[in-house]
Design a protein around this ligand. Structure first.
Ligand code: ZN
Length: 110
């Protein structure tokens, strides 16, 4: 992931410790990969995984997100429904870790 100088904004190659333009030290915070990515997890989803994705990415309580989503669904006159659809379309699905995560189909021996 490319980083940008916090002083002058120059795009720097990944792993750069100093800016090649102004010489500023690149703080470790510029490499912040600790922030959870906004994705729609496959596991545990109810409909499209939007609620789980939001709660994981922003640290919200999953139960609270779901309650607000359901309440909003009935009380917002469709706004939440539209927002949900927008998230469904806009948030990428969580990448599948490995294709062999799923067990191969078992063939009956009898
Ligand atoms: Zn710079």
């Amino acid at each position: 992931m490319a980083v940008h100088c916090t002083q002058c904004g120059t795009g720097l190659p990944a792993g750069a410790r100093f800016c090649s333009t102004c010489g500023a030290t690149i703080p470790a915070a510029a490499y912040s990969t600790g922030r959870p990515q906004l994705v729609r997890p496959i596991a545990g989803r109810r409909i499209a995984g939007v609620c789980i994705g939001l709660s994981q990415a922003y640290g919200w309580d999953l139960a609270l997100v779901r309650v607000l989503a359901v309440v909003g669904l009935f009380c917002s006159g469709g706004l939440v429904f539209i927002a949900y659809l927008a998230c469904w379309i806009g948030i990428p699905e969580e990448p599948v870790a490995a294709p062999d995560a799923y067990p191969p189909p078992t063939t009956p021996t009898a």
